[in-house]
Design a protein around this ligand. Structure first.
Ligand code: AMP
Ligand code: ZN
Ligand code: FE
Ligand code: FE
Length: 278
């Protein structure tokens, strides 16, 4: 334990989506850093939680169920963090299943386009090893086959938005996702508003039925978070924070780089307890 005060990182990824640490390794890292709270928020899946053994962390680290859902608003990808649902909630489990189907179809379509370029990424092999396939997995395959020198080249040449082998992902809308998350009694939070470029999208999102906003994010200095803290206060929304840790995939961002204030964490934890009792 450290004496840094309360630290809960509510945004990180494992090998169940595109992180490089397994759920167990991630929890070990959180314990070694002395974090008091954690939510694993893999893209579109809650599978990490079924791979954990409570005895690893109970009494040392408070783990709150979470996920980062990919949504679409006016054709723009918007990430929705969701917290505190019961891991048995059928709304959340069905949403994860739908995303898995969507991602598999899209990754197959991208693999076909790569095949047309004469590159065989062995898509069936990828799909048997990866739970929630995304473009980073295709980039890794291209790298492994020696087709590109690094991830950047893979995205610049083939996988990036509107590049040769890109296929647009048809995620369900932000509003529909919100309604499912609400049915689960979970807390929907606008992920990294700092990264939303279009003013119109931001305005729309801020008028939707969210209950929180990710004020503290990754390595962003506090000076760039003030605006979002003010926004959360104006709306009476919960101010959250997290690193968006991905392990080696984004090696410059450490677990715990940003974290959620204790007051916010307690509200989220209370909701989790309520949902477990429902
Ligand atoms: P997907 O969810 O399959 O669309 O993949 C999105 C992920 O691909 C992002 O989280 C990034 O990790 C990665 N990515 C997307 N665009 C780029 C890019 N231009 N350069 C490097 N990585 C990218
Ligand atoms: Zn990711
Ligand atoms: Fe995100
Ligand atoms: Fe993320």
């Amino acid at each position: 334990m450290t004496d840094r005060g309360f630290q809960a990182d509510l945004h990180c990824h494992t090998t169940c989506s595109d992180g490089t640490l397994s759920p167990k390794q991630l929890v070990d890292l959180a314990l070694s850093l002395g974090l008091q709270g954690l939510s694993i928020t893999d893209h579109d899946t809650v599978e990490a939680y079924s791979l954990l053994d409570k005895t690893q962390y109970e009494g040392h680290l408070q783990l709150i169920p979470g996920a980062e859902f990919t949504t679409s608003h006016r054709g723009v990808s918007v990430h929705v963090l969701s917290y505190a649902f019961s891991l048995k909630d059928q709304n959340i489990l069905a949403l994860s299943r739908d995303h898995k189907v969507r991602r598999e179809e899209r990754i197959r379509a991208m693999a076909s386009l790569l095949m047309k370029e004469g590159i065989d990424v062995e898509i069936e092999k990828i799909l048997t090893t990866v739970r929630m396939p995304g473009r980073p997995h295709l980039a890794a395959a291209l790298l492994q086959k020696g087709v590109v020198r690094d991830h950047k080249e893979a995205f610049d040449k083939y996988l990036g938005d509107d590049k040769k082998c890109f296929v647009k992902s048809h995620a369900i809308s932000t509003e529909e996702t919100l309604s499912i998350v609400k049915k689960a009694g979970a807390i929907p939070v606008i992920a990294h508003p700092h990264l939303i470029k279009e003013a119109k999208i931001l305005r729309d999102i801020l008028s939707m039925d969210f209950e929180g906003i990710e004020v503290f994010y990754a390595n962003f200095p506090l000076s760039q978070c003030d605006k979002w803290l003010a926004e959360s206060r104006k709306k009476g929304w919960i101010a959250t924070g997290g690193s968006d840790f991905h392990g080696d995939l984004k090696a410059h961002i450490a677990l715990g780089a940003s974290y959620t204030p204790e007051e916010s964490f307690k509200k989220i934890l209370n909701r989790y307890v309520e949902n477990e009792l429902r």
